[in-house]
Design a protein around this ligand. Structure first.
Ligand SMILES: NC(=O)c1ccc[n+]([C@@H]2O[C@H](COP(=O)([O-])OP(=O)(O)OC[C@H]3O[C@@H](n4cnc5c(N)ncnc54)[C@H](O)[C@@H]3O)[C@@H](O)[C@H]2O)c1
Length: 322
């Protein structure tokens, strides 16, 4: 056994220079694991990562099968946290082939590379973009997926591949269906980017613009809780699919209220026409994760939003922690 195995596990984090991935990297390093980041830096930034010598950064595109295979064979990770993705739902509608090439093809490259080294893959799937408009709220994992865009369809397809590999090769690959993740370091373009966008406007004493009536709800889950879910899933003996959410609906109007509280003033939003096709309600039932992984979201939304507001007020430092 190598020295590094005695100290902790070796993890490969794809998308490790991104919002959620960089927080996972920090948590792994903090507990003594060694980490390789695979990222093409298309939206990720190495400035989100600890300084040189602390983490091995490989600038690789996951659609490059040979490069993926080489880095996995060389670093022999115990676990692959797979977060690299094309994350823009609207871009997936405009160019489904590109979305599929990255989100499906790239994942197949990782699954293939992981097989000979026996690495477990923990995949960042989506809860918010997977269950359809007719789904009961909150949705549990038994609700049949009915995605509304190629992004969600690609995530669903990957979940089928994970299941296939688990059945054919006795692997323990896992998918976590994430709610709308928010926290410091988040890119405003992401699924929960509205919190960072509104925080920025309110900090600059501008009115945030709500599309629609503001009663539309999402399951906002704090990034520190999501990191804990990834670590719990990696340690779990079995593979599977779990919802990772706070289990509660929060409306856009609630968000404005909580950000106003963090800023210490009342905020009056502007209203614009609803975006066509936008889902009215969404929340995840995460009881299975609580039962099987011993995980639940513990950060109250007001507290998480106060931390994002403080991060925006402080100029959005790249190395801000949850
Ligand atoms: N943020 C959310 O609310 C949310 C919700 C559900 C699921 N997810 C999933 O979680 C994962 C991480 O999301 P995030 O919000 O941290 O996004 P992010 O954009 O901050 O991170 C994605 C990272 O992947 C990298 N990347 C993109 N394409 C790549 C490629 N072809 N090869 C290598 N690297 C590539 C980017 O440079 C970036 O660093 C994604 O898979 C996303 O679909 C996020």
């Amino acid at each position: 056994m190598s020295a590094r195995r005695l100290l902790g596990m070796h993890a490969l984090v794809t998308g490790g220079a991104g919002f959620i991935g960089s927080h996972i990297v920090d948590a792994l390093l903090a507990r003594g694991d060694t980490v390789t980041v695979v990222d093409n830096l298309s939206s990720g930034r190495t400035s989100r990562l600890p300084g040189p010598g602390k983490v091995d950064v490989e600038v690789i595109d996951i659609t490059d099968a040979a490069a993926v295979s080489a880095v996995v064979a060389r670093t022999r990770p115990d676990v692959i946290f797979h977060l690299a993705a094309q994350i823009d739902v609207r871009a997936s509608v405009d160019d489904p082939a590109r979305d599929a090439a990255i989100n499906i093809g790239g994942t197949i490259n990782l699954l293939t590379a992981a097989l000979p080294v026996g690495a477990k893959l923990v995949f960042a799937s989506t809860g918010g973009a997977l269950y359809g408009t007719e789904a009961p709220v909150p949705s549990d994992e038994q609700v049949p997926p009915a995605p509304e865009a190629p992004y969600g369809t690609a995530k669903q397809c990957v979940e089928h591949y994970l299941d296939l590999f688990n059945r054919l090769h006795s692997t323990r690959h896992t998918a976590l269906r994430l709610g709308n993740v928010f926290g410091p370091r988040q890119d405003p373009a992401g699924e929960a980017g509205v919190i960072a966008i509104f925080s920025g406007r309110i900090h600059q004493s501008q009115q945030p613009t709500i599309f629609g009536d503001g009663f539309q709800t999402r399951d906002y889950v704090y990034v520190g809780d999501v990191v804990a879910a990834f670590l719990a899933a990696a340690a779990h003996t079995a593979g599977g699919v779990w919802n990772i959410g706070a289990g509660q609906e929060t409306s856009v109007l609630d968000l404005v209220k909580y950000i106003g509280q963090a800023a210490g003033r009342d905020v009056t939003p502007l209203f614009a026409p609803a975006r066509p096709g936008e889902m009215q309600r969404s929340a995840l039932n995460a009881d299975a994760a609580r039962r099987d992984l011993g995980w639940r979201a513990t950060t109250p939304i007001e507290e998480g939003i106060a931390r994002v507001y403080a991060w925006v007020r402080d100029g959005q430092p790249e190395r801000a922690h949850p």
